[in-house]
Write a protein that binds this ligand. Structure first.
Ligand code: FAD
Length: 390
């Protein structure tokens, strides 16, 4: 029998870690407190680093097939004038893939299908890691990680970012003239991601005290965005009121001193929850998953492997989290009229290619090899186990 790993949490990070460990010879169980795993109702964009990590896990082709390449779009003002253009084709030339937009439910389905059903224990809430019988515990239990709180009792935990987000997927296919767009007002953002089936996810980021909720959030958004450009109103019109999700955005503002404690490795939002303004939280969780499995496969000394995982992942995720915070301050959180005017002018004057270079800074990540030393590839997935995006 191989070594035994227990993954706590069946989100994107936990499922990806389970796939990586399973493929490299571990006996894996995922313990998930929810009865159903689908994260339905919202979408996600995956930059090249996330797609490459999925390739390394053997599920990249399925995700690309179910997703939609984001080729056109950029940023706009509320009146609709263009601030910057996204060049998905240039990104694809540079990185081997454009950003891919996909409903979260589809991504979950693909990740789940890469694991034997017997790996998943749904409706199972972990209250302590002490009793888990495992050589390795992966804490992928998200922003409000109970395991993190127990292992690092002095850490302050999640902090409110100052912004709240409402989002939904349109009820039916919509006709849009761009794949991905962000529109910035004074301290607010409206954006969309188009999906392969013609539907789209939109989101509205608003500055707000935490905990504020509305009886009819869609009506509130219709009023708030009444004089914004046509696409914004069109997407709100295409949405059923009951489909609107509302979450306050929290982050781990203070970095953890380590992503490892004994036999426990923290991963994804449990380790480094960041604001969503770069669309990198899940991509970083996917990078974590591949790196963890690869380091553990690289040699028999588990403690050394976990130390290498920590050394690789903390600086990387810290830098991306800081960049995500900066992106929030320069985007949806910017309120001062002069600062907004200066930003808008800088964006309009930026040479073509500047947006591509900004995305490349974080997305150009190459996964370590997942081929285990001394093991044969025990994958049960149909995908290709080698990374082919570059
Ligand atoms: P989670 O998805 O939170 O999963 C944790 C899992 O653990 C859950 O299933 C939970 O039920 C389970 N769990 C918790 N406690 C226990 C317990 N005690 N026992 C058992 N199970 C437990 N990222 C991108 O890369 N691209 C994007 O476009 C993007 N957009 C975003 C938009 C918004 C509005 C937000 C808020 C985030 C966005 N992100 C994006 C970030 C991304 O959603 C997260 O970083 C990612 O989903 C984190 O995955 P995770 O598996 O670490 O945590």
């Amino acid at each position: 029998m191989g070594e035994r790993a227990v993954v706590v949490g069946g989100g994107i990070g936990g499922l990806a870690a389970a796939i990586g460990l399973h493929r490299t010879g571990w006996e894996v169980t995922v313990l998930e407190r929810a009865d159903v795993l689908d994260d339905a109702g919202a979408g996600i964009s995956l930059a090249a680093n996330g797609i490459r990590a999925l390739d390394a896990l053997g599920v990249g082709p399925a995700v690309r097939a179910a997703g939609r390449g984001q080729y056109t779009g950029g940023t706009r003002t509320p009146r609709g004038s263009r601030l910057s253009r996204m060049d998905g084709a240039a990104l694809e030339r540079a990185l081997g893939t454009p950003v891919v937009g996909i409903p979260r439910a589809d991504l979950h389905r693909i990740l789940r299908s890469a694991l034997p059903a017997s790996c998943l224990a749904l409706g199972t809430e972990v209250t302590s890691v002490e009793d888990l019988e495992a050589d390795l515990v992966v804490a992928a239990d998200g922003l409000r990680s109970r395991i993190r709180a127990a292992l690092f009792p002095g850490h302050p935990g999640p902090a409110y970012s100052g912004s709240t987000v409402l989002r939904a997927i349109t009820a039916e296919p919509v006709s849009l003239d761009s794949d991905f767009e962000l529109t910035w007002g004074a301290g607010e953002e409206f954006g969309h991601i188009a999906f392969a089936d013609g539907r789209a996810e939109w989101h509205a980021v608003l500055g707000s005290p935490p905990g504020v909720r509305h009886r009819d959030p869609l009506a509130v958004l219709h009023r708030r965005f009444a004089d914004w450009h046509r696409t914004v109103r069109y997407l709100l019109d295409a949405t059923r009121p009951e489909d609107v999700l509302h979450h306050d955005i929290h982050e781990l503002a203070e970095p953890l001193p380590s992503f490892v404690a004994g036999r426990v490795a923290l991963l994804g939002d449990a380790a480094h929850a960041m604001p969503p303004h770069l669309g990198q939280g899940a991509c970083q969780a996917l990078e974590d998953a591949v790196t963890l499995a690869a380091e553990l496969a690289a040699g028999p000394d588990r403690a050394a492997a976990l130390a290498r995982y920590d050394a690789a992942r903390r600086p990387r995720t810290g830098a991306v989290a800081r960049a995500a915070r900066r992106a929030g301050r320069m985007g949806p959180q910017l309120t001062h009229p002069l600062a907004r005017a200066a930003r808008d002018t800088a964006l309009r004057l930026a040479p073509s290619g500047a947006t591509v270079r900004a995305i490349l800074r974080h997305a150009d990540w190459t996964p370590p090899s997942l081929v285990p030393r001394g093991y044969s590839d025990r994958s049960s997935t149909a995908g290709d186990s080698t990374q082919s995006a570059t």
